[in-house]
Design a protein around this ligand. Structure first.
Ligand code: TPP
Ligand code: MG
Length: 343
């Protein structure tokens, strides 16, 4: 029997932006916008550096998805365990890693955040368990972090970001099953940008909305949220974080977002029309968030421009730092790769 083509019905979690504004206050809202601008500018310069041949390997930009991890960090805080995919630049920035060292890591320089060993997909931060190149391979790690918290009777959560394409992977479902079975304090966030490389996820994933449909099968709560909307994301992360701390029950969230570009910088994304991309660019999270703050009288247009310029300077300075940094000594390249036995 032919499969019926029906439009999935999404039930978006909605916030009251006034409540979020009051809870966060002017200073923190502006700080969040500044972080989003840092991510955007860092990615733009990093991509430019890649195109100039200064960055090797792959480059997966987090552009357009900024509101999701920024709001999650604001709601949950850097003391939690954080795990993500190869699209990991924003998370390291949000966890406070210096842009200079992150840019130098992209360049493969010795001053890099992982001594130039990891590159774009493997940034380091104390509470960050990856940067993972294997699609879906990091969910068991995040689930393990949640298990550790529970086992050691520590208060906290493990928060894990994955792509919508990753939902087809077996490890994802094993992790969700165990997290539910063992009451582990884990928040799984699908960053649903509609694509897994060049394959539309509506052609690859059996049920949509993903979290709303899949979560009940694991006896956990599932939510859909507009990943372009900082206020909705913050309100949901804040609510879910408090609930998970209280109940130790895992949660699955699908944050609807998009991509401005192809999967990685070397993908020209020819399978999408220009018109469709322009549409996305006009509804990006930075525009939505900054317009709202301007309307609320929290920020003027000039102040926004100054903030953007400042973050551009941070990213340009980081490029200069990376450019001028030395390469690792070739003989040292094996160091820090394998665990060294104690003598
Ligand atoms: C196990 C595994 N299979 C295939 C790949 C190749 N691959 C890299 S990214 C990707 C698509 C993942 O899409 P999604 O999870 O939606 O993340 P997004 O890139 O959209 O953020 C694939 C298939 C891989 N890295 N690992
Ligand atoms: Mg995707």
């Amino acid at each position: 029997m032919a499969k019926e083509e029906t439009q999935p019905e999404y039930h978006f979690f909605k916030s009251d932006p006034q409540v979020v504004k009051k809870a966060l206050g002017k200073e923190r809202l502006v700080e969040c916008l500044k972080q989003m601008l840092l991510i955007r500018n860092f990615e733009l310069r990093g991509e430019a550096a890649y195109q100039q041949g200064k960055v090797g390997g792959f480059y997966h930009s987090y552009r357009v998805q900024e509101a999701i991890q920024t709001s999650a960090m604001a709601a949950i805080g850097p003391q939690s365990w954080w795990t993500t995919t190869y699209r990991c630049h924003a998370l390291a920035l949000l966890l406070g890693e210096p842009p200079n060292e992150l840019m130098a890591e992209l360049y493969g320089k010795i001053t890099g955040n992982a001594l130039g060993r990891g590159g774009s997909m493997h940034f380091f931060a104390e509470k960050m368990l990856g940067g993972f190149g294997i699609v879906g391979g990091h969910l068991p790690i995040a689930t393990g972090a949640a298990f550790t918290l529970k086992y050691k009777k520590e208060r906290g959560v493990s928060i894990c970001f994955l792509g919508d394409g990753a939902v087809a992977q077996g490890a994802v479902h094993e992790a969700l099953n165990l997290a539910s079975l063992w009451d582990l304090p884990c928040i799984f966030v699908i960053e649903s940008n509609h694509w897994g490389m060049g394959t539309a996820t509506k052609r690859a994933i059996s049920a949509h909305p993903i979290a709303e449909k899949k979560a009940p099968g694991y006896n956990m709560k599932g939510y859909t949220v507009d990943g372009m909307n900082f206020f909705d994301c913050y309100a949901l992360f804040d609510k879910v974080y408090k609930e998970v701390l209280e109940t130790s029950r895992p949660v699955l969230i699908e944050a609807m977002t998009d991509r401005f570009r192809g999967h990685s910088i070397s993908d020209p994304g020819l399978y999408r029309s220009k018109g469709c991309l322009e549409e996305v660019m006009h509804h990006g999270p930075l525009k939505l968030f900054s317009d709202d703050l301007k309307e609320a009288g929290i920020l003027t247009d000039d102040e926004y421009k100054v903030m953007d310029k400042e973050q551009r300077t941070v990213a340009m300075d980081a490029m200069k730092f990376a450019d001028e940094s030395p390469w690792p000594d070739l003989l040292s390249l094996g160091e820090g790769v394998y665990v060294e036995e104690e003598s």
